[in-house]
Structure formats: C-alpha cells, structure tokens
Design a protein around this ligand. Sequence first.
Ligand code: GAR
Length: 208
Amino acid sequence: MLKIVVCVSGGGTNLQAILDALESGRITDTEILAVISNNPGAKALDRARDHGIPAICLSPKQYPDREAFNEAFTENLTELGPDLVVLAGFLVRIPPQMVARFSNRIINIHPSLIPSFCGVGYYGLKVHEKVLERGVKVTGATVHFVNEGMDEGPIIAQKAVEVEEGDTPEILQRRVMEQAEWILLPRAIDDIANKRIRVVDNVVRSCS
Ligand code: GAR
C-alpha cells in the first residue's frame, strides 16, 4: 500500500481528482495519510475533512522566518512517514532539506509543457496568462519528480492541450485541468503505487 501525503494551496481540484480516482479504482493500493496546506482558507482542506482525511495547516506566517517554517514542514512530513508526497497545486517552494530527505519521492503537477512556462514566477493562473501573451497554440500539463531545481526534476508524464481563439486565462486553465491535469496526476500516482515506473539516470523509465 502506497502511503501518500497531498500538499495543496487553494481550490484543490487536483486533490478532488485524486479522491475520485481512489473511489473509482483508477488509483489502487494507495492511502492518503493527510492533506497539508499552507493556506488556512484552502477549500482543499474541506475536501479532505469531508473524506475523513486529516487536514493540516502549516503556514509560513506561523513561524518567525522561512527556515523555521522549512524545518517544521520537513519534520511534520517526516513524522507522517509517507512513501510519496504529492504536490497537487502547492504553491510553496519545497525546502532543500525536504527534497534531500524524500529524494525521488515527491511529485508535482505543473500546468504547462515543461520546460516551457515554468520556473520562478510561473504558477497557477500566471502560467496561462503568459501562454496567452506569448501566443503559443499548444500548451498542456506535466507531472514530474521534484528535485532541488524549480520544475526541473525527471518528467513522469505530459499531455498537450490546444489553445483556442478567444481563450481567457481562466478558460484555458479549466481546459488544461480537465484535459490534462486531472488525468495525469491520478495516473502517475497509480503508476508509482503499482511500481510501473522508476527513475534511471534522472530519466523516468517504464518498468515493463
Ligand atoms: C493547478 O493548475 C496546478 O497545476 C497549479 O496550481 C493549480 C492548482 O489548482 N500548480 C502550479 O502552478 C505549480 N507550479 P487546484 O488547487 O484546483 O488543484
């Protein structure tokens, strides 16, 4: 049984996609130990509580400085003891000590085709704003392992989504979620739970 902790910052539609996939059997052999949010008002925390999953708020604002938050965040996660940490719309930079402790055991969903539209300053709706500003015709989403870089870890899966005439950032964000994110993230968790992928020389390979 793969034990996971899901980290979220806002609406939690990706968390909902994971919960739905667990219920329908599209994710197997997996248990959510807890949901952690940096944002006390995150709707995602309610989604967790509605499913009887411990919902934990850990905000940087509760700590004297960033390093104290980083330490507390890493300690809390370590105590929960997950096999995998899933960043499902988590907009806080993962502390280096946590990346080191959970090497190749943290995955993230990013709303673009990495290495386009990623890195510092590219998160949430901002990604789709930049996509529309640049005028690219195809965007998408990526699930990847988290390393010490920003959106730079080994890529697990990607899916392309067309940009359409008249798109607003909100419309495009919704399409990328529906056509890519909510499919890719549950599938990646199921692939890891069922040991279908592994990382070799910084590249994700199929085990079959
Ligand atoms: C999602 O689009 C996710 O890909 C993005 O934040 C949104 C969260 O939505 N994550 C990032 O931008 C990470 N760099 P949700 O809370 O409804 O799942």
